[in-house]
Design a protein around this ligand. Sequence first.
Ligand SMILES: *[C@@H]1O[C@H](CO)[C@@H](O)[C@H](O)[C@H]1NC(C)=O
Length: 305
Amino acid sequence: MKPNLSFLLAAIASLPMLAFSRVLERRYSSTLEPVPGFSPNPTNVPMYLYKPTSFKAGNPVILVVHYCGGSAQAMFGNLPDLPTLADERGILLIYPDSPHLEDHCWDVSSKETLTHDGGGDSTSLKNMVDYAQATYKASEELVYVMGISSGAMMTQVLSATYPNVFRAAAAYSGVPAGCFASPTGLVDAWNPDCAQGKIIKTAKEWGDIARAMYPQYSSRRPRMQLFHGTADDVLLYQDHLEAVKQWSDVLQVDLETPTSVRDNWPSQGLTTTEYGNELVRVVGNGIGHNFPANMTLTLDFFGIL
Ligand SMILES: *[C@@H]1O[C@H](CO)[C@@H](O)[C@H](O)[C@H]1NC(C)=O
């Protein structure tokens, strides 16, 4: 049956602009493209790039790391606000694509990936930032990383292995750096104890684990924004509490004295707690593993909105 055209037009005209932009495909200034020339790439991670037409030398760069079963393309499509904001602000976006074909997760378990310049996935991802700086003249200073789930684990691993590279990080539904470590050094291994929130340590112990990934380093560390739902049944909420301990110790903030606590901010059901400018937690009350990512909030935290 043919829909009545005037009814359709009336329905479209009555939609608010926001819904309208969701109905139609987003229009971006550029497209996500593979970067075939990228090297050195020790674990053969495909690199994809979104370079808006507004990008200029010296502009910020964000590494955007996908979830298990995801891909560069899927992550690009999953965060439609991000290329829009990148267009507005001239930000370069790097989307790595997991080389682990059986589960499309990231290696956050091997000794190599948990070591500065250890030659694992973390080194390949950091090299993408180097490549973007050398090839496109992205900023050496305004460098950020964000990720969801396995990508949030990698975000915390990169913050520990390459604290010299990243100025700030945002992790949606992840675990602390080192929590997924494989006792036998396996690459891309699932760690059920960590996933189920059974690995409990003191803040100092977690901080030591992060610092041990780059023991020679003693300078500035990436600021950290951590998101987690209390009803997460894939990576339990306890993992968030452990991550908060880790980064409070690394960033030397006092968990007893948050500088602000806001209920129902930035939206209903979320609680945002800030520890100075260094550490921010956003807890989703009753939210599961699929925490809705807020790119405005994250780019604002990065200081590039
Ligand atoms: C995202 O966060 C901003 C604050 O940075 C807030 O104004 C906005 O409402 C949030 N969006 C959603 C969908 O919650």
